[in-house]
Design a binder for this molecule. Structure first.
Ligand code: CP
Length: 312
């Protein structure tokens, strides 16, 4: 595999899940594969899980990870073509990507959306510029529209905990005070569409995700109806896509409660705001899989890096 920038880069999700489970059983089996190879992790935004689990994945493969907080510590990077750089940016992506490619065998990038300029966000300017101007593979650690390492993680976690051949999985919106990206919800939707699950989305009116991503997946505006007979409830807030980047609704009735969850298992990518998105009684119960889910971030990243290293 050359790059991993989207769930669409997964050719066969079932075989990827099985391979990730094998890596989890024996994480150091391929410790020689990444020997003398360097992974550069470039963060334009904050992270806890992605930053640590991707480094751990690299170390499990014998790679040397190096990390940079690009927004705080590097020169401001210009992405525009032909820009007269007499503003705040001091270095162009053409030089930056080419230079980092000389230090790293693989580059992983996190760059969130503006949530103001839909067209710019959907162009994935940062990610596509790194792909264009780097000479090494690129891994998406959450971009404007996708979080494919998280989506793969979620697929692995659901497969591990499924008790039926075709579980019912619900992606539910929940309230949040700030405008959040669509990336996690998009990649989760794309991952579920590749799996043999009964998948539905629950969100208030005005919060439908990009229809090009949801496709024929049923979207319900009644959370109780969506949760009926669910095996897994995956919860995430996102801002409006239609009224791009706006917070239209903070209705606490959409918060996840133990009563609403019933016998279903609870998933969330984390970080999660307690008693806003979900009540304590869910997170502190055996219904919650969030810690096991976060553990799988390592094996999802390790699988992606392994596939890239095998094709270097
Ligand atoms: N789920 C996730 O990506 O967590 P971080 O933002 O902490 O990396």
């Amino acid at each position: 595999m050359k790059h991993y920038t989207s769930i669409n880069d997964i050719d066969n999700i079932n075989s990827w899940i099985e391979e990730a489970k094998q890596l989890k059983e024996n994480p150091l089996k391929h410790i020689e594969l990444g020997k003398n190879k360097t992974l550069g992790l470039l963060f334009f935004n904050s992270s806890l899980r992605t930053r640590l689990s991707t480094q751990k994945a690299a170390l499990n493969l014998g790679m040397n990870p190096i990390v940079m907080n690009v927004s705080g510590d590097a020169w401001g990077i210009e992405f525009g073509d032909g820009t007269v750089m007499n503003g705040n940016t001091a270095e162009h992506i053409k030089e930056a990507a080419a230079v980092v490619s000389q230090y790293c065998d693989v580059i992983a990038v996190r760059a969130f959306p503006t949530l103001i300029d839909k067209e710019k966000d959907e162009s994935e300017q940062v990610l596509t510029s790194f792909k264009k101007f780097s000479s090494v593979p690129i891994v998406n650690m959450e971009s404007a529209t996708g979080h494919p390492l998280q989506g793969l993680t979620d697929a692995i976690t659901i497969s591990e905990h499924a008790k039926t051949k075709k579980p019912k999985v619900v992606l539910s919106w929940a309230p949040h005070i700030k405008a959040l990206p669509h990336a996690v919800a998009n990649s989760f939707t794309q991952a579920m569409q590749k799996m043999d699950v009964e998948f539905v989305i629950a969100n208030p009116k005005g919060y439908n995700l990009n229809p090009e991503i949801t496709g024929s997946t049923p979207v319900l505006h009644n959370q109780y109806e969506a949760f009926r007979d669910a095996d897994f409830v995956y919860v995430k807030n996102w801002s409006s896509y239609e009224d791009y980047g706006k917070v239209l609704n903070t209705d606490p009735n959409w918060m996840i409660t133990k009563e609403k969850l019933g016998n279903a298992k609870f998933l969330h990518c984390l970080p999660v705001r307690r008693n806003v998105i979900v009540e304590d009684a869910v997170l502190d119960s055996n219904s919650s899989l969030v810690i096991q889910q976060a553990n799988n971030r390592t094996y999802a990243a390790q699988l992606v890096l392994k596939k890239i290293l095998e094709d270097l």
